[in-house]
Structure formats: C-alpha cells, structure tokens
Design a protein around this ligand. Structure first.
Ligand code: VG1
Ligand code: CO
Length: 545
C-alpha cells in the first residue's frame, strides 16, 4: 500500500528560474532533494495541489524518466485529483501547452533544457506552465524562487515505479494517473489550423521533396504522424526522428551551426525543395529552401504577411509581437496591415498576456521561435506547417517567397553573435560598463558608424502593468541600424553574451548581399563599443546565427 512520506529538507540557494525555467547540469538535479525542493515549491506557490489536475512530460532527455517518476509520486502525495503523463514521459513543449488548454488543467510541468545538450554531464531543466498553457509569468517564477529559499519539507509517495509506457488510467490513493498519447491531440489541432489537403498535394503530387530533421529529440513521433501518416509524404523525409536520451550526442539547436548535416543537404547537389528542423523540446524551428536559409526574424514577418492564405488566420490578425532583439521586419508588415506590433523582452512568457487579451495573433523571436494564439508556447512544427501551407497556396519556392517579401517590405539584414562560456564576472562587467556610458555614447563615432541614441530596455506589460528592467542595451545608429547587447538567461555554464546586429535597406539593388559583409561596419562598431576583445579575451564569437 502506497504511503505518503513527509521528508525534511533544507533550501538550495540557486533555484531562481531564468528565461525559460530552471536549467542546471544533470549532476546538480541529481543532488538529494534538489528536484523535489523545486517541485514542492511550485506546488506551494500555486496554493497546493489538492484536488487539482496537472500534466507532466518532457523532451526525453537523460534524467527525464527519473524526474517523471518523482513528480508523479509527489503529485499523488500532495493530493492531486489527476495527473496526466505523456506516454514514455514524452511531451513536446507546444503539445503540453495545448493539453493544458484543451482539458482546462491547473497547470503543467515541462522537463526540458530545450536545445541544450543532454546526457549524464549535460543539461536538464524544469518549467511550470500556468492554466493559460503558457510559461509562468515573472511574478509566478519570482514567487517559486522565494518558496525555494524557505522550503523545509516536501511530500512524496513510498511506492514502486509507476508504468508510464502504456496508455490508460491507474488510481493511487486519491489520484488518477492517466497516461496519454502525447501526439494525437496536438496533431488534431494542426489539422484544424492548416489546409492538410493542399499540403498533402504539395508533398505527394508535384514532385516536391522535403526533409525534416528531428535532431533525435522529442518531435520525431510528431513529425512521423504529421508528415508520413497524415500527409502521406515518403518516409525518407524523416531524418533523425527517433528520440534519444543524449540526442545522439548532438546539440539539438536548429541553426546553421548545430543542424549542419541538414544545411549541407539543402545546399548540396540534388538538394530537396524544403528543409526544416526543430529543437530538443519542439518549440523552435529552422526553415531552409534549396540553397537558402530563412532568418527567424524574416520568417515571422513572412508568416504574418501571408497569414490570410491559411485557414486558421484567413480572417486577419489582431496584432503581432516580437521580442525586442528580433529584427523589425515584422513591424513593416504590421504597419502595412494596419495592426499593432508589440515589442516585448526576450522570453515567451512575455507574450502570454497579449495573447490572452486578444491583442495579438502571431508572435516570434529571433532565436528560431515562432507561434500564435493556438497555444501559449512557440511551436516548431506549427511554423513548418505554416510555411508548407504558404508554399502550397502560392506555388512558389522558399527563395521566391522571401525575395518577393524583401522587394515589397525591404530587407532587414540581421545577425546574432554569441560569445559563450565567458567568465560571468567579466560578462557582467562588460554590461555594467556599457550601462554607465549610456548617457555619453550618443555622438560617438566608430569607423563609418555614429551612435544616435541608446537605452537599457525596460517593459511595462500593457495588460497587467507589471514592469521589468534591464532587458538588454539597445544602441541605435545614425545610418539606420541597431545593436543590442544582453546576457543569456538559459545557459548552465559561465555566461553568454549575445550581440544582435540589424540594418534595414529598401534599396532593391542591395537585397542579395552576404549579411556578415553587409553588416561589417556595424559588427565592428558593436564589438569596439563594448570592448569585447579587451574585456573577454575573445576575438570572435563562438556561434553566429
Ligand atoms: C534564449 C533565447 C530566447 C528564448 C529562450 C528559450 O534565451 O534567446 O529568445 O525564448 O532561449 O528558448 P536566452 O536568455 O538564453 O537568450 V527555448 O527553445 O530554450 O525554451
Ligand atoms: Co526549445
């Protein structure tokens, strides 16, 4: 007979959630009481779990199974009415968001460190989503953190492993544990949003060839159901679609650096027409055409401009939003459509209120994240289906669609330079030094670039009035162009400095340049202004996207 145990514990000082939940190395999560303290702190913050229903699932990475068992046992011990679990402990981030909304749950726990590498020495993460299906807003994550600093006990069940490999319900004490199909509800939703007949036509009849890279992460089974079972594409379109606990040793981040094999296929001889990838937990996407890469900032703008072609959005968009460092390509489209474009801090949690209030329909981030009001997370496969839907309706290829867009709205050249694994003290000192100089920077000239204005981005949520500060330093240049500096809030090792560089042009003769070359003088100004080499010892970024 299962018995509820009350376990005495002491707080950990380092459980403050970052941009997207709590992320740490696996050995940190394996410390005695570490995961339990955080989970109990979530439960305490939402007023206990008594009589409530939540969902739990993860991206299948190393330690997923152990964590799922712990969370189930703690949910029962805390008196949950029901806990839904993705079969095998798997659920993509957007699918979890959908499940919370569809079944009107009290929340959900997502186990993932997204695109960070996995394995015994890799990363693990945990995130709480609220009843709207979205990541907990700042005031909730702050409250969870406060709770972790005072926690002195938690509840857990003394019971053997619970089988989560077969669909069905089991009753333990007052709680129903229901193992659900992680794929079906989500794919049904996609089928309602998009024109599957038109996409099937594209994928089967017209000799169009696509390839989808699951990066050995959570989306493999979703992609198989969508592309092969429902859309009848050939099985060969699925690449790395079997989830592995270490993601095959890879870094499941869909970008030009970490999805190298896919990029090589799309740039090789006999390249397919369309290539796409998603990240560890299925919320990011990368879109490629034949010998062509679509920047995420362009992608969200193009989806917005073509949304009327898609079933779910044919009546128009209420508004759009982008994170502050995302390029202003989306603003051009919003302007043209006569709708609002909101600028939020980095992190999906800031879109939640705007979506809930019906202010926006589509939103996105430069970090390969795009989504809409269909869920409250960014959604990789959704973005990919959206692109396929547009291609099917317009009968043009990726390159043509993007180039036409540039001719109409101008092109926003864009790049992000990341300096990873920096000494945190040095990285903070660099940001502090910039902050101190904010008043004196305007007028400064570096090479061809002169600073016009600059600020430290703060944001007041238009719906609930909550305010956050220090969300990144923005520097605007006289010759149109912008550089943004911020420190990452998702890493687990050292600090990562992100430098975002953007310059728009409406000159039709300038549309086919290499972004690094086009942006060279701004890139130079960006690194000189912040004294990146002197302060970090790095002469070049570790990753360029
Ligand atoms: C990064 C991205 C941000 C994204 C976040 C979570 O955060 O820049 O845009 O929302 O990751 O994405 P940061 O703080 O490291 O810059 V995911 O797919 O890791 O949940
Ligand atoms: Co992710």
């Amino acid at each position: 007979m299962a018995k509820v145990l009350r376990i005495e514990t002491t707080p950990f000082e380092d459980q403050r959630p970052g941009t997207s939940g709590l992320r740490k190395k696996v050995p940190v999560f394996q410390k005695r009481h570490y995961l339990e303290n955080f989970v109990q702190s979530i439960f305490n913050t939402i007023g206990g779990l008594n009589g409530k229903t939540i969902v739990v699932g993860g991206d299948g990475r190393y330690y997923n199974n152990e964590a799922i068992q712990t969370i189930i046992k703690m949910s029962v011990a805390n008196g949950a009415k029901k806990i839904m679990v993705g079969r095998g402990g798997l659920l993509s981030t957007p699918a979890t968001s959908h499940i919370i909304r569809k079944y009107g749950l009290d929340g959900g726990i997502i186990l993932s460190a997204s695109h960070n590498p996995a394995g015994p020495e890799g990363d693990f993460g945990i995130k709480f989503n609220t009843p709207n299906g979205g990541p907990a807003p700042q005031k909730v994550t702050d409250a969870i953190y406060e709770e972790t600093l005072k926690i002195d006990h938690y509840f857990i069940l003394d019971i053997e492993e619970i089988d989560v490999s077969t669909l069905g319900q089991i009753q333990v004490l007052d709680t129903v544990i229901e193992v659900i199909d992680p794929v079906k509800d989500y794919v049904d939703l996609m089928e309602r949003l998009f024109d599957f007949d038109a996409i099937q036509d594209l994928l089967t009849k017209k000799g169009f060839r696509m390839i989808y890279d699951g990066m050995h992460a959570v989306t493999g089974p979703y992609a198989r159901e969508i592309f092969v079972n429902r859309l009848r594409a050939e099985k060969g379109c699925l690449y790395r679609c079997d989830p592995l606990p270490d993601f095959g040793g890879g870094h499941p981040d869909p970008n030009l650096t970490y999805a190298r094999e896919l990029v090589d296929m799309l740039y090789g001889d006999e390249a397919p027409d369309f290539g796409a990838a998603s990240d560890g937990d299925g919320d990011r996407n990368m879109i490629l055409g034949r010998k062509f890469f679509v920047t995420p900032s362009d992608s969200v703008a193009i989806l917005a401009a073509n949304a009327h072609l898609v079933k779910a959005y044919r009546d128009g968009l209420k508004g759009v939003a982008r994170s502050m460092p995302t390029s202003m390509a989306l603003d051009e489209v919003a302007h043209d459509l006569g709708i609002a474009c909101y600028e939020t801090p980095t992190g999906w949690k800031f879109f939640g209120n705007l979506l809930d209030a019906g202010k926006i329909t589509i939103c996105g981030e430069e970090s390969f994240g795009t989504g809409s009001d269909h869920v409250r997370e960014k959604d990789g496969l959704w973005a990919i289906l959206f692109w396929l839907n547009i291609i099917a309706k317009r009968g043009k290829d990726v390159r043509e669609i993007v180039e036409e867009h540039w001719r109409r709205y101008g092109r926003h050249y864009y790049t992000r330079h990341d300096y990873e694994d920096l000494d945190p003290d040095k990285a903070h000192a660099l940001m502090d030094a910039l902050r101190v100089r904010l008043r004196t920077l305007p007028g400064t000239t570096i090479g061809d670039e002169t600073v016009e204005s600059c600020d430290d981005f703060s944001y007041t949520d238009p719906i609930d009035g909550s305010r956050v500060e220090h969300q990144g330093i923005r520097v605007f240049f006289k010759a149109k162009g912008r550089v943004v500096y911020r420190l990452s809030g998702t890493g687990t090792q050292g600090a990562t400095l992100r430098v975002y560089i953007e310059r728009p042009t409406r000159d039709n003769k300038q549309l086919d340049q290499d972004p690094q070359a086009f942006l060279a003088s701004l890139i130079h100004a960006a690194s000189t202004l912040a004294q990146i080499t002197e302060r970090t010892g790095r002469s070049r970024p570790s990753v360029i996207t």
